[in-house]
Design a protein around this ligand. Structure first.
Ligand code: HEM
Length: 538
C-alpha cells in the first residue's frame, strides 16, 4: 500500500516536472524565435542578449541605471531607433524606442497599458490603487478627480508654503556651509521635496527636514528593499524577511497618512462643491474630495471609505513620484551649473532683474507676487536642459497582440514585449539633438528655424498622452523657487573625488565620458552615491 503510494507520488512529481520543463522550453523557444528578423544587437540563441549586455556592463559603472545602459547599447552597436533586447529569463523582452514619432504611437495615439514592471516597484511604496499603476476607466476616473489640485493656477495659491519649506532647505544648506562638511545633497533635497509634497497634497507639515518622521523612515526603508536598489546587497530580493518588512512599512505609512487625512477631514473648511467657499490655499486632497463628492451627487459632506481607500494610495504615490524626481533635478542643477560659470552668471543676472539685487528679499518677493516665477525664461531653459540630460523617470508599456509600431514604412511587433520609450536615449540621441552630450540651455531660447531648436517630441521627461505626469506644474514651481533661493545664496560643488579617495573607488566608477554623477536605479533615476557635496556661502 505504502509502496503504491510512493510510486504514485513519484510519478505525479515526474509528470509535474516534465510539464514544467516543457513549459520553460516552450517559453524559451517562443521568446528567442520572436526576435527573428528584428533589429537587435548581436544575439546568442542560448543566452539571448545577456552576453553582450554583460560585456557592456563591464565598461560602465556596475550600478548605472538601465536607461543609461540602453543608450550605450544603441551607440555601441549602431542600432536603429527601434530595437529589441532579450534578457529572459533574468529580465524582460524589451522593445526599445528612441524615436519621437514611434514614442507618440505608444503613449498618445494608442496609450498602451502600463507594464507590470512599474507596479512591481511601486506596490511596496504606494499600494495598487495609485495613478501610476492603475489602468483603463479606473485610472481615468481618479486622474480626473485629482487633476484640479495640480493646475498651475491652483498651485500658485500654495506658493507661500512651498517657499517656507524651501527656506528650511536653505537653513540645512547653511548648517552644512557652517560645518564645512561633505553631505548628501540628494538626501537633503529629497527631504525638502517630501515636506513640499506633504504640504501641497495634505496641508500637513512633515518636518522631514528637521525631525525623524515615521512616514519618511518607513518609505526610505522600503526603497532599500526594492529590486536593483540595494547596491551593497543585490540578493535582498531573496531575503525571506523582505515581505515582512514591506508589510510592516506599509502599515506604518498607511497609519501616518490615515491619521493626517482623518485630522484634515475633521477640521476641513467648507468646500466649494458644498457651500461655495473658495478653493484657494487648499491642498490637493480637499479639491479631490470636492470633485469626488460632486461626482457622487454631494450625498455626503464627509470622507467615505472608497474615497479614503483610493486617496491613501494617491497620497503615497504623490509622495513617491513627487519627491525624488524633483530632488534629483535640483541636485543636477547645482552639479552642472558649478561646471558652467557662464550659465551660472546668466541665471544670477536673471534673478537680479526679476527679484531685485537684495538676495535676502528673494523669498519675500516670491511670496508677494508668485507670478514672478513665470518671468524666468533662462531658469526654465536650465531646468529643461537638465531634464534632457538627466531624466528621472520614463514610461514602460505592455505590448499588445496585433499592435505594431510603424517606422520608416516597416511594422514592428509589440506582443510579448515591454515597449519602452527610453527618454534618456532619446534625449541624448545625435539623430535628434546637435551636440547632444553638451549642456546648452540656449537651445530652449532660440527661435524655430535655428539649428538648435528642439525637434517636437524629442524632449519627454514628463511623457505625453493621458498618462503624462500629473505633477509637471508643481515640479516646475518648486524647482524654480528652490533654484532661485539656493543659487543666489550658495556655491555648491559635488565632492565625488573626496568620497572616492576615501573609499578607493575612483578608477571604477565613471561612464566612458568620465561622468561620475551618472544615474542609478533607486525606484527612479537618481545621482550616484547620493551626490556627495560641499556648500559655501556666496
Ligand atoms: C522633475 C520632476 C518630475 C518628472 C521628471 C516626472 C516624470 C514623470 C513621468 C515620466 C511619468 C510617467 C510615468 C509612467 O508612465 O510610468 C510621471 C507620472 C506621474 N507623476 Fe511625475 N514627474 C515629476 C514630478 C512629479 C511630481 C512633483 C508629482 C507630484 C504629485 C508627480 C506625480 C506623478 C504621478 C501621480 C504620475 C502618474 C500619472 C498618471 O499615470 O496619471 N510627478 N511623472
Amino acid at each position: 500500500m505504502d509502496l503504491i503510494n510512493v510510486h504514485t507520488v513519484a510519478k505525479a512529481l515526474l509528470v509535474l516536472l516534465a510539464g514544467y520543463v516543457v513549459k520553460v522550453l516552450t517559453t524559451f523557444y517562443k521568446k528567442r524565435r520572436a526576435l527573428n528578423g528584428l533589429p537587435q544587437p548581436p544575439f546568442s540563441f542560448a543566452f539571448g542578449h545577456l552576453p553582450i549586455i554583460g560585456k557592456l556592463v563591464s565598461t560602465l559603472p556596475a550600478n548605472c541605471h538601465p536607461h543609461v545602459l540602453m543608450h550605450y547599447l544603441r551607440n555601441k552597436y549602431d542600432l536603429p531607433p527601434i530595437f529589441y533586447v532579450d534578457t529572459w529569463p533574468f529580465g524582460y523582452s524589451i522593445c526599445v524606442v528612441v524615436d519621437p514619432d514611434v514614442a507618440f504611437q505608444v503613449t498618445v495615439q494608442r496609450s498602451l497599458p502600463k507594464h507590470e514592471a512599474a507596479s512591481d516597484v511601486i506596490w511596496p511604496l504606494a499600494g495598487t490603487k495609485n495613478l501610476v499603476s492603475m489602468d483603463g476607466p479606473e485610472h481615468k476616473r481618479w486622474r480626473a478627480i485629482f487633476n484640479p489640485g495640480f493646475s498651475s493656477a491652483h498651485l500658485m495659491t500654495l506658493v507661500d508654503g512651498i517657499v517656507d519649506d524651501s527656506l528650511t532647505f536653505m537653513d540645512v544648506l547653511a548648517e552644512h556651509a557652517e560645518a564645512k562638511d561633505v553631505f548628501s545633497l540628494e538626501e537633503a533635497a529629497t527631504r525638502a521635496t517630501v515636506d513640499i509634497i506633504g504640504r501641497v497634497a495634505l496641508d500637513t507639515q512633515m518636518h522631514a527636514q528637521t525631525k525623524e518622521n515615521d512616514f519618511v523612515s518607513a518609505f526610505r526603508s522600503q526603497l532599500t528593499w526594492l529590486l536593483g536598489s540595494n547596491e551593497l546587497n543585490p540578493l535582498v530580493i531573496f531575503n525571506p524577511m523582505r515581505r515582512v518588512v514591506f508589510a510592516y512599512n506599509q502599515w506604518r505609512m498607511d497609519r501616518f497618512v490615515s491619521k493626517v487625512m482623518d485630522e484634515r477631514f475633521a477640521t476641513r473648511p467648507g468646500s466649494k462643491a458644498i457651500n461655495g467657499s473658495s478653493k484657494r490655499n487648499r491642498p490637493v486632497i480637499d479639491l479631490a474630495l470636492d470633485a469626488y463628492l460632486e461626482e457622487e451627487g454631494n450625498k455626503s459632506a464627509t470622507i467615505d471609505a472608497t474615497f479614503k481607500r483610493f486617496a491613501m494610495d494617491q497620497i503615497k504615490i504623490f509622495m513617491f513620484a513627487g519627491h525624488d524626481t524633483t530632488s534629483s533635478t535640483i541636485c543636477y542643477i547645482a552639479y552642472v551649473l558649478s561646471k558652467y560659470p557662464d550659465a551660472m552668471e546668466k541665471v544670477l543676472q536673471e534673478y537680479n532683474q526679476v527679484f531685485g539685487n537684495d538676495v535676502e528679499q528673494t523669498a519675500q518677493r516670491i511670496k508677494e507676487d508668485p507670478y514672478l516665477l513665470n518671468k524666468l525664461p533662462y531658469s526654465v531653459a536650465i531646468i529643461k536642459e537638465i531634464l534632457r540630460l538627466y531624466p528621472p523617470a520614463s514610461s514602460a508599456r505592455m505590448g499588445q497582440p496585433g499592435f505594431f509600431l510603424n517606422y520608416n514604412g516597416k511594422q514592428y511587433p509589440t506582443e510579448g514585449f515591454m515597449v519602452w520609450p527610453v527618454s534618456y536615449a532619446l534625449q541624448r540621441s545625435p539623430d535628434l539633438w546637435p551636440e547632444p552630450e553638451k549642456f546648452i540651455p540656449e537651445r530652449w531660447l532660440v527661435k524655430e528655424g535655428d539649428p538648435l531648436f528642439p525637434i517636437k517630441g524629442a524632449w519627454r521627461p514628463f511623457e505625453f498622452g493621458p498618462r503624462h505626469c500629473i505633477g509637471i506644474e508643481l515640479a516646475m514651481i518648486e524647482t524654480k523657487i528652490i533654484m532661485a533661493l539656493m543659487l543666489r545664496q550658495f556655491n555648491i560643488k559635488a565632492a565625488y573625488e573626496e568620497l572616492d579617495a576615501a573609499s578607493g573607488k575612483e578608477k571604477l566608477r565613471t561612464t566612458p565620458e568620465g561622468e561620475r554623477a551618472y544615474q542609478v536605479l533607486i525606484a527612479t533615476a537618481k545621482p550616484s552615491d547620493g551626490m556627495p557635496a560641499r556648500v559655501s556661502r556666496r
